[in-house]
Design a protein around this ligand. Structure first.
Ligand SMILES: [Zn+2]
Length: 150
């Protein structure tokens, strides 16, 4: 963001706040050149976040897709729809808060894994099996050992 006082383009974000419906982000910034503090307002449209896939293709961030993936992995598990949506929401919020307008499907997958692991180990394993492309039962055994060790 251009500093309104000296025109410098380097600043740091001191504070990020989201409007209730999440559509407007308010950022308190400090110019690194002159120290001037100013506030910016950004309208967030989730399709502005770009996701780079493994094959290099770029697609818009899609929260529904994350929700679908988690739903598949948590079928029959004691995980509620609300918890699933919360995971997807928290990932979206994280990307917005960090100002990450470009991310990778890898990074999103890692974030889902991390959150799912805390919620339900079985759903976590299922998600891993798809995400990391498990080839046979040994992949499962190795992951289970890792989980048990923790
Ligand atoms: Zn300045």
């Amino acid at each position: 963001m251009r500093c309104p006082k000296c025109g410098s383009l380097s600043d740091k974000v001191l504070e990020t706040r989201q409007s209730k419906d999440g559509s407007v982000i308010k950022r308190r910034r400090e110019c690194l050149e002159c120290g001037y503090r100013f506030t910016t307002y950004e309208r967030i449209e989730e399709e502005n976040i770009k996701v780079i896939k493994k094959d290099g293709k770029v697609e818009p961030f899609n929260k529904e897709k994350i929700i679908r993936g988690i739903k598949l992995a948590s079928k029959g598990r004691p995980i509620s729809e609300t918890q699933i949506v919360e995971i997807a929401d928290s990932i979206e919020r994280f990307l917005i808060d960090e100002g990450k307008l470009t991310t990778t499907s890898y990074e999103i997958g890692e974030m889902v894994k991390e959150r799912l692991k805390q919620l339900d180990k079985v759903a976590y394993l299922r998600f891993l099996s798809v995400y990391e492309d498990f080839k046979d039962i040994r992949d499962f055994q190795e992951k289970i050992k890792e989980i048990e060790k923790e």
